[in-house]
Ligand binder design. Structure first.
Ligand SMILES: [Zn+2]
Length: 310
């Protein structure tokens, strides 16, 4: 980026067959950055975001849609393409069967379920796609001169995948790794849904750390990073949130507290963040930390559902 360019400049990335369709505010939630991959035979759209609804006529002809995982913001543009084949990892595929199946991925419970269900339809344009096709770890989509390979990286959801786009430029192999919601922000990993798993997420982070690519792209905020050093720098910041939450939890549990008090204290969101599902996410995320700290002998369960450090 040149010295004179403004922070507010529209981000752009177009390289070989890959074009990033940046959402508003660099794809900040509820928007996101969709990826367009154009091969000699087919054009593939990865994670159709909300922002695509602003001007769908500006999009080229799409032959296939690929989802990194089944979440409301990654499917918010999907209903623009009711006739186009859509593919998602086999473990997340049930989320496209019906609104009830989609809700089961989050399972926030009351009082969030009713407004969240409405938001899925009204704000995120959820429409079932029972025809969605399941892919497995290692699946390859050959578009002609460019290939997209799925790598199962669970934790955020059961079926979350990273998607490696590979092509050749003047005899040199080029690779862009699309990370989906391994989103590399300072907020850190999100593992607060019924279909999330902290330890699976950690294992996926270990896997992704070793992956060589020319570019690394995320759905939110960070956009595209060039080179592995820039990627690893952001990955360290992202991953550090897990240890920070756990350290803060241990400090808080110097005095006995139950899970409701843990959730109210907030370890994932900041107390000022106005997020309706925060209590559910705090409970679920931090219960996973509590469970493994008990297993490791660093916490003990007391009476009345309270926990304390050993
Ligand atoms: Zn997600």
């Amino acid at each position: 980026m040149s010295r004179g360019s403004s922070e507010d400049a529209e981000p752009q990335f177009e390289r070989g067959p890959v074009r990033v369709l940046f959402g508003e505010r660099k794809g900040a939630y509820p928007d996101g950055n969709s990826i367009l991959v154009t091969g000699e035979q087919e054009t593939l759209l990865i994670d159709p975001a909300l922002g695509l609804r602003r001007d769908p006529a500006a999009l080229p002809e799409i032959h296939r849609i690929l989802l990194s995982h089944c979440h409301e913001d990654h499917t918010a543009g999907l209903s623009l393409f009711p006739e186009i084949p859509v593919h998602v990892h086999e473990l997340d595929r049930p989320g496209l069967d019906s609104l009830d199946d989609m809700m089961a991925i989050y399972a926030y419970g009351e009082p969030i379920d009713v407004p969240f269900r409405r938001a899925l339809v009204e704000n995120f344009h959820y429409a079932p796609r029972p025809d969605a096709q399941a892919y497995a770890d290692g699946a390859v989509f050959d578009l002609g001169g460019v290939r997209v390979r799925a790598h199962h990286t669970p934790g955020h959801t059961r079926g979350h995948c990273c998607l490696m786009v590979e092509w050749s430029e003047a005899g040199t192999k080029r690779r862009l790794l699309y990370l989906g919601d391994i989103e590399l922000t300072g907020f850190g990993p999100y593992y607060g849904d019924a279909w999330s798993d902290l330890e699976d997420f950690e294992q996926s982070l270990r896997w992704v750390r070793d992956i060589e690519a020319d570019w690394y792209a995320t759905f939110h905020h960070i956009g595209v990073l060039e080179g592995r050093d820039a990627f690893l720098e952001r990955l360290d910041i992202f991953e550090a949130a897990i240890a920070r939450r756990e350290g803060n939890l241990l400090e808080f549990l110097a005095e006995p507290h139950n899970i409701e008090e843990v959730a109210e204290h907030r370890f994932v969101y900041r107390p000022k963040d106005d997020v309706p599902f925060a209590p559910a996410v705090e409970r679920r995320s931090m219960q996973q930390h509590i469970d493994r700290l008990i297993k490791a002998g660093r916490l003990r369960a007391l009476d009345e559902g309270r926990y304390q450090i050993t």
